[in-house]
Design a protein around this ligand. Structure first.
Ligand code: TYD
Length: 221
């Protein structure tokens, strides 16, 4: 395959991205997928073009990486971090950035905060280094809004029952460290985060999500 020429850079001062980029984050079992889907349905009904996607596994290549990293044999922690970053780099380049440049809404179930929380804080690889790795991988693209669905890790574990992938099955305080890191990120940048109590009913969570997205889009109720 020959390399395609890159589109010219936009003139200085013009935003390079016209769409809306929303990420859902949170521990396992928090209900992110349901909330992402409900938000997508609502925005579609409002007339927006929506790309609903996820990490890892939002692309064909990403699906292979997902199988390797979640359901394969043991992966060294640094290799695990690089695999999630590789999935993200491809996801952004081939799906997310083009959609945003077309003015669409992209809703992703997990993005780079998941790496900072799971690999950085959970695996103890250094949250800042892991964040820098992901930022490099995605050319600095961060969401307009990150919605953190917060849930005590014991509740998440109960909800998942006996089914665990490689990360979910980690014991000890791993999942509480993950949760705390998500909360710290949100607290540091409240303008770009919404934190919702994951123990509320799904409809109540969705109501808060829509209110905030309305505010970000600047549309009335
Ligand atoms: P997820 O798709 O939310 O789980 P499921 O749909 O199976 O409930 O996430 C898969 C797992 O991958 C989850 O345990 C979190 C982990 N993960 C990381 O450790 N780092 C990352 O960067 C991402 C995106 C996910």
């Amino acid at each position: 395959m020959t390399e395609q020429p890159r589109p010219p850079a936009p003139p200085a001062g013009e935003p390079s991205v016209q769409g809306l980029f929303v990420a859902f984050e949170g521990g396992d079992g928090a209900g992110k997928s349901t909330q992402a889907r409900l938000l997508g349905e609502w925005l579609t009904a409002e007339g927006r073009t929506v790309q609903l996607t996820r990490e890892p596994g939002g692309t064909d290549l990403g699906q292979h990486i997902r199988d390797l990293v979640l359901h394969g044999e043991d992966v060294a922690p640094r290799a695990e971090a690089l695999l999630f970053a590789a999935d993200r780099a491809h996801h952004v380049e081939s799906l997310i950035r083009p959609a945003l440049q077309r003015g669409e809404v992209v809703i992703t179930d997990r993005y780079l905060d998941s790496s900072a929380a799971y690999q950085g804080a959970g695996r103890d690889l250094g949250a800042d280094e892991i964040r820098d790795l992901s930022l490099w991988a995605v050319g600095g693209l961060v969401p307009d809004l990150t919605i953190l669905i917060d849930l005590p890790s014991v509740v998440g574990r109960q909800r998942r029952g006996g089914v665990h992938d490689r990360l979910e099955s980690i014991e000890g305080d791993f999942h509480e460290r993950v949760r705390q890191h998500f909360l710290d990120l949100a607290q540091r940048d409240p303008g770009r985060y919404l934190v919702v109590d994951g123990e509320l009913a799904p409809e109540a969570i969705q109501q808060q999500v829509r209110e905030r997205v309305r505010a970000v889009l600047g549309v009335s109720a």
